[in-house]
Design a protein around this ligand. Structure first.
Ligand code: FES
Length: 188
């Protein structure tokens, strides 16, 4: 986890004609999410998760929409987005590969797994392939140390990884059409 600093005061955020937070999302948040929290602010992280999942990133315009919905300053939304690695301001690939690099996975060969993905996809951690198919991340402990090394392919955990297993997973992703999003590729 880390905060990334940026100049926000002079930043111009372009608002799309169609909001990122759709009426269906707003209704869902109003009816199902907000009642679970003592304050509207409490729903920030699950809302960010929804937006990240829908658009594969959280555009700055969406942060303004979320801030207005939750009635909190946009800076609080930006602070949260910039702190957690699961949230990104640039579009991620259709498949996000998150390789655990914490201790158990480290001693069980995560480096060989990581090197193979880097070589096969031609990207470094936190990069996305030019075709938008894959983003590579390294992650902290995924809670499955006894089956190390492990990695997430999107939200699915794969355990006891080997190079062969990894190649099969990548082949399966390549065989599927990339996900489409009306706002994919937007970063404002
Ligand atoms: S160290 Fe990788 S799952 Fe715990």
């Amino acid at each position: 986890m880390s905060w990334k600093t940026k100049l926000s005061r002079s930043m111009v955020v372009t608002r799309p004609t169609t909001p990122f937070c759709t009426p269906a999302m707003i209704a869902q948040w109003e009816q199902k999410l907000l009642p679970r929290y003592a304050t509207r602010h409490g729903a920030l992280m699950p809302i960010l998760h929804d937006v990240q999942h829908a658009y594969r990133h959280i555009p700055y315009a969406a942060m303004l929409e979320i801030a207005a919905f939750l009635r909190i300053p946009p800076s609080e939304v930006l602070d949260t987005v910039s702190f957690y690695e699961e949230y990104t301001t640039q579009p991620q690939g259709a498949c996000v590969i998150g390789i655990c690099h914490t201790f158990a996975c480290e001693i069980c060969g995560h480096q060989a797994i990581l090197n193979h993905v880097r070589k096969r996809l031609g990207i470094e951690p936190h990069e996305t392939t030019p075709d938008g198919a894959f983003t590579l991340l390294t992650m902290e402990c995924l809670g499955s140390c006894d089956t190390a090394p492990v990695a997430l392919f999107n939200d699915v955990l794969h355990e006891g990884l080997t190079i062969e297993k990894l190649d099969r997973l990548i082949d399966e992703v390549l065989a599927l059409a990339p996900r489409k999003s009306p706002h994919a590729g937007s970063s404002t």
